[in-house]
Design a protein around this ligand. Structure first.
Ligand SMILES: Nc1ncnc2c1ncn2[C@@H]1O[C@H](COP(=O)(O)OP(=O)(O)O)[C@@H](O)[C@H]1O
Ligand SMILES: [Mg+2]
Length: 260
C-alpha cells in the first residue's frame, strides 16, 4: 500500500490543472465575449451614425426644396400681383397728372413692398446663385454685407468663374450665410475677409473675422456650428474652425471636386 500523501500529489496536480484550465477557459471566454460585444457596439454605432446621416440628409434636402418652392411661389403669386398693382397705380397717376399726393405715397409703399418681397426671395434662394453660380453669388453676398453692416467685408476669388455641382454651390453659400450671421451676432469684428480658391481638385472657402473670437471647446454649441459640420459632411468636405479669444476666427472648408 503506497503512503496516502503519495496519492494526494497526483490528485492535487490534476485538480490544480483542471482549475487552471477552467480559469484560463473562463478568461478566454470573457475576452472573446467582450471583444464580440465591442465589435457589436462599434457596428451598432456606425449604423446609428449612418442612419442619422441619412436622416440629416433628408431633412436638409427637404428644407432646401421647401425653400425653393417658397421662393418660386412668392415670386409667381405675390410678386406678380404687386407688379400688376404698381402698373395700375402708375397709369392712374398718369391720368391724374401727378396731382394726387396719396397716390404717390401708395406707389411708394408698393415699391417698398416689392423690394421687401424681392429681399425675402433673395434670402431664401438667391437667383444669382442658381443663375450665375457660387463665385458671383458669394461676391454679391459680401458686397451686400459690406453695404448693410458696419463691418468692412472684402472678397478674393482665386479661381475662374466656373460652376460646380449644385449641392456644393448651395452648401458653401448656406455656410457663408451662417458664418456671416455668427460674425455679425457674436464677433464684434470690424473686418471680414472671404476667399474662394481652387487648388487642383479641391475647392477651398475661407472666412476670417478680426473679432473677439471664442473657445471652441468650451462654447455652448448651437445648431449653427452643428449644422455647418453636417452640411460639410454631406458633400464629403472638411471644416476647420480656428478661434482664440481676442484673436478672431478663421473657418476653412475644403471640398473635393469630382474629376471630369
Ligand atoms: N465668429 C464668431 N466670433 C465669436 N464667437 C462666435 C463666432 N461664431 C460662433 N461664436 C460662438 O459660438 C457659439 C455657437 O455658435 P452657433 O453654433 O452658430 O450658435 P448660435 O449662433 O445660434 O449662438 C455662439 O453662441 C458664439 O458664442
Ligand atoms: Mg449661429
Amino acid at each position: 500500500m503506497p503512503a496516502p500523501e503519495n496519492n494526494i500529489v497526483p490528485v492535487l496536480i490534476i485538480g490544480t490543472s483542471v482549475v487552471v484550465v477552467l480559469i484560463a477557459g473562463l478568461f478566454f471566454f470573457v475576452i472573446v465575449y467582450q471583444r464580440k460585444m465591442i465589435k457589436n457596439q462599434v457596428a451598432l454605432r456606425r449604423l446609428e451614425d449612418e442612419r442619422q446621416q441619412e436622416l440629416l440628409k433628408a431633412v436638409i434636402s427637404a428644407q432646401e426644396s421647401e425653400r425653393k418652392r417658397l421662393a418660386e411661389d412668392l415670386h409667381d403669386s405675390v410678386g406678380q400681383v404687386l407688379s400688376a398693382i404698381k402698373l395700375k397705380l402708375h397709369k392712374i397717376d398718369r391720368l391724374s397728372e401727378g396731382q394726387n399726393a396719396m397716390l404717390a405715397e401708395t406707389r411708394q409703399l408698393t415699391d417698398e413692398c416689392i423690394q421687401e418681397i424681392r429681399n425675402i426671395i433673395h434670402n431664401v434662394l438667391p437667383p444669382v446663385l442658381t443663375d450665375f453660380g457660387l463665385v458671383d453669388a458669394l461676391e454679391a453676398l459680401c458686397t451686400k454685407m459690406d453695404t448693410n453692416t458696419p463691418i468692412q467685408v472684402t472678397f478674393t476669388r482665386k479661381l475662374t468663374n466656373e460652376r460646380f455641382a449644385s449641392a456644393i454651390e448651395l452648401t458653401l453659400y448656406r455656410i457663408a450665410q451662417e458664418l456671416f450671421g455668427n460674425a455679425v451676432k457674436h464677433s464684434e469684428a470690424s473686418a471680414i475677409h472671404v476667399e474662394l480658391a481652387r487648388n487642383g481638385q479641391t475647392l477651398i472657402m475661407s472666412f476670417r473675422d478680426n473679432g473677439i473670437g471664442f473657445n471652441i471647446d468650451s462654447v455652448k454649441h448651437g445648431f449653427g456650428i452643428k449644422n455647418l459640420r453636417s452640411r460639410v459632411q454631406l458633400i464629403n468636405g472638411k471644416i476647420d474652425i480656428y478661434s482664440k479669444p481676442l484673436s478672431g476666427t478663421i473657418t476653412t472648408i475644403n471640398v473635393p471636386l469630382p474629376r471630369g
